[in-house]
Design a protein around this ligand. Structure first.
Ligand SMILES: *[C@@H]1O[C@H](CO)[C@@H](O)[C@H](O)[C@H]1NC(C)=O
Ligand SMILES: *[C@@H]1O[C@H](CO)[C@@H](O)[C@H](O)[C@H]1NC(C)=O
Ligand SMILES: *[C@@H]1O[C@H](CO)[C@@H](O)[C@H](O)[C@H]1NC(C)=O
Ligand SMILES: *[C@@H]1O[C@H](CO)[C@@H](O)[C@H](O)[C@H]1NC(C)=O
Ligand SMILES: *[C@@H]1O[C@H](CO)[C@@H](O)[C@H](O)[C@H]1NC(C)=O
Ligand SMILES: *[C@@H]1O[C@H](CO)[C@@H](O)[C@H](O)[C@H]1NC(C)=O
Ligand SMILES: [Ca+2]
Length: 609
């Protein structure tokens, strides 16, 4: 007997051929790209946790390709830069500290962004939610960068109810005003909970979509990022409490936000089904970076079993929930290495378009479709060169090094207390069955299969295979880094630096080469002319596109002029040794020494040299 699950694949078979085969048909898929903000690995239930139940996401995820080795950037602006350019943000001076609203900086206007590529393929392109890639000049805004419409916020975060941002400067000054727009029009009268307002707009875009064109809907929720300092946790006020079983009050409020987000993502999927375009829509779900469990703008999200938190070089900052759904996909947990820069070439390939050249992202489409090997061997995880911290992290094959100065960062394990339960959580499978997504799937002939869902869920749990735990977790010093086999040791608790000197040398050398390609950033430059008090308490562009920058740290114009540190701090660190950068090659650093026993690395070298 053919099971329901198989039936739906038969039913959707035509799309399977269109999408996964090399032959491109004239119908381009719709793309719903959902990015949530600051959600950690342990904040969804499909990774195995019974604490915050996310039935809509789990129903989708367990019918998807779950990306188990997916890396994002450690923080908002770099993540969004990488997504929309396909480049490591350090090439564009967009790495490190995220943008202040009052900075005259954005993605260099010489870059062609992902929505611009899609527009050339005929897509109708909409951003609903957060931008955070420049707002000092109109030329930096979404409507100048390939989006037909933008509804939402231009900066890093806002209050969930007033949609205002309070920005604190390092010198103690405060600026505050509305940051919520419908294209150019400030939304002063809008006072709905932000998740609801964004969802409503996303649904309207789907309902009004003219199917003669394919749809790109980029839904960039601001939740569950913290609000302003005075209201970090902002659960929906008038909805039924769903998480009484969580022992810690703050964690419970956070869970209410996540549950609400999950429910509303279900509504968007339902809208696609009602429109009759779900089968022909690719749905991507990702978080932009790991949760800030502690510290500034903490939201009580949890990244365990990963180490660290947002804005660190540890896995907790960059290994985030990620999956891709299409009706033609056979559900699986894909173990291939993937980076956020890969989305642009991958989804452009799915759309039958040009991939773009000179980028760091690689096209993973056929690998994801066909359960193939990853098309990438390595990931540049972080390069931070701010005045206070200089560090970098890099993964090649299964190995990852962290070098530089991480003192002052959060290098531990956070949130185990937050995971405590005081009563039983809702039953898992019935929760999924009653979700919007499950009901929509049922209507289309896909009945959730208990064993299949549990098998997917089990396969997406992170397993710690290396049982050795250092007494004191490694932190890099000026004379040595930390080295981990993150496939065996995803919690980064067993440092291999002294055992694996050749690997460490290889990875350090390649990291140096990458580091030499970075577009350095000048010191933080904030412009008081941005003060919303000058503009009826609204954050608006305060510079004309043609006006020269007040500082040398702007990315406007054709030249990037961020390079105004002469005796830069980098020269003082052991990592950047100019004489090393040019001459060293991979081969000269490490021979193919089979005796080390690190067979995986040897394979890697073979493919790299
Ligand atoms: C959709 O777009 C096509 C082509 O531009 C147009 O002919 C058609 O009238 C549109 N349909 C609706 C419902 O607006
Ligand atoms: C490391 O950074 C901290 C600030 O975060 C600084 O105080 C310290 O001096 C730095 N250490 C080195 C060796 O540069
Ligand atoms: C920018 O240009 C507009 C119209 O061209 C003008 O009205 C406005 O005053 C200019 N703003 C600044 C800050 O120069
Ligand atoms: C920008 O750079 C120029 C030349 O290096 C320098 O004279 C000027 O003071 C800098 N301006 C600012 C605001 O840093
Ligand atoms: C860009 O830099 C080049 C070389 O430094 C200079 O000649 C040119 O005038 C600059 N262009 C702009 C728009 O600043
Ligand atoms: C930099 O490299 C040169 C040549 O390889 C070496 O002599 C020097 O000691 C190195 N400097 C540091 C700080 O490692
Ligand atoms: Ca974020």
């Amino acid at each position: 007997m053919i099971k329901a699950r198989e039936l739906i694949w038969l039913r959707w078979l035509p799309f399977l051929c269109v999408l996964c085969g090399s032959v491109y048909s004239s119908k381009r898929p719709n793309i719903l790209f959902i990015m949530v903000d600051d959600m950690g690995w342990n904040d969804v239930s499909y990774h195995g946790s019974d604490q915050i139940i996310t039935p809509n996401l789990d129903t989708l995820a367990t019918q998807s390709v779950i990306l188990q080795q997916y890396y994002s950037e450690a923080i908002c602006t770099p993540a969004r830069t990488a997504l929309l350019t396909g480049k490591y943000p350090m090439r564009l001076g967009m790495h490190g500290m995220p943008l202040y609203n009052s900075e005259d900086r954005g993605i260099p206007i010489t870059e062609q962004l992902f929505p611009e590529y899609l527009k050339k393929l005929g897509y109708s392109t909409h951003l609903v939610g957060k931008w955070h890639l420049g707002m000092s000049r109109r030329q930096f805004l979404p409507l100048s960068r390939g989006y037909d419409s933008h509804y939402g916020t231009r900066g890093g975060f806002v209050d969930y109810y007033t949609h205002h941002k309070v920005e604190g400067w390092p010198n103690g000054r405060q600026f505050f005003g509305l940051d919520f727009f419908d294209d150019d029009i400030p939304q002063n009268e809008e006072d709905r909970y932000i998740v609801d307002a964004l969802t409503d707009r996303a649904i309207k875009i789907i309902q009004n979509h003219n199917e003669s064109r394919p749809l790109f809907l980029h839904l960039a929720h601001t939740a569950p990022h913290a609000g302003n300092e005075g209201g970090l946790l902002q659960p929906p006020l008038f909805s039924t409490v769903r998480n009484r079983h969580i022992a810690h009050s703050d964690r419970r409020l956070y869970a209410e936000m996540v549950t609400h987000l999950d429910t509303h993502i279900g509504k968007v999927v339902r809208a696609l089904a009602n429109k009759g375009i779900l089968e022909d829509t690719i749905i991507v779900f990702v978080s932009d970076n790991g949760a800030p469990t502690v510290g500034q703008f903490n939201n009580w999200g949890v990244n365990l079993p990963f180490r660290g938190k947002k804005q660190t070089p540890w896995e907790g900052a960059v290994r985030v929930p990620a999956f891709i759904w299409h009706s033609s996909f056979k559900p699986k947990v894909w173990d291939g290495l993937m980076h956020i820069t890969d989305w642009m070439p991958t989804l452009l390939a799915a759309a039958g378009g040009e991939i773009g050249t000179g980028i760091d992202g690689v096209n993973q489409w056929n690998s994801i479709c066909g359960d193939g090997e990853s098309k990438r061997n390595d990931v540049l995880i972080a390069i931070e060169d701010s005045a206070t911290n200089v560090y970098a992290a890099y993964r090649a094959g299964d190995y990852k090094i962290i070098v530089g100065n991480v003192s002052g960062l959060s290098n531990g394990y956070y949130g185990s207390d937050l995971l405590r339960l005081k009563e039983s959580p809702p039953d898992y499978f019935p929760s999924l069955r009653s979700s919007d997504v499950a009901k929509v799937f049922e209507k289309l002939g896909l009945q959730l299969d208990y064993d299949q869902v549990l098998a997917m869920r089990k396969a997406s749990v992170i397993r710690q295979l290396d049982g050795v735990r250092d007494l004191i977790p490694c932190e890099p010093t000026p004379t040595r880094g930390c080295l981990y086999n993150v496939r065996q040791d995803p919690s980064e608790s067993h440092n291999l630096w002294s055992r694996g000197t050749k690997i460490a040398a290889l990875l350090t050398s390649r990291l140096r080469a990458l580091w030499s390609m970075q577009q350095r950033r000048g010191p933080l430059a904030l412009d008081a002319r941005s003060d919303p008090a000058n503009f009826d308490y609204t954050w608006v562009p305060w510079l004309n596109d043609t006006m020269p920058g007040d500082t040398n740290n702007t990315n406007s114009g054709t030249n990037i002029t961020a390079n105004n540190i002469d005796a830069g701090i980098l020269e003082n660190t052991y990592l950047v040794n100019k004489s090393d950068l040019d001459t060293r090659t991979v081969a000269s650093v490490v021979g193919c020494d089979r005796a080390t026993g690190f067979r995986n690395l040897l394979c890697l070298i073979k493919t790299v040299i």
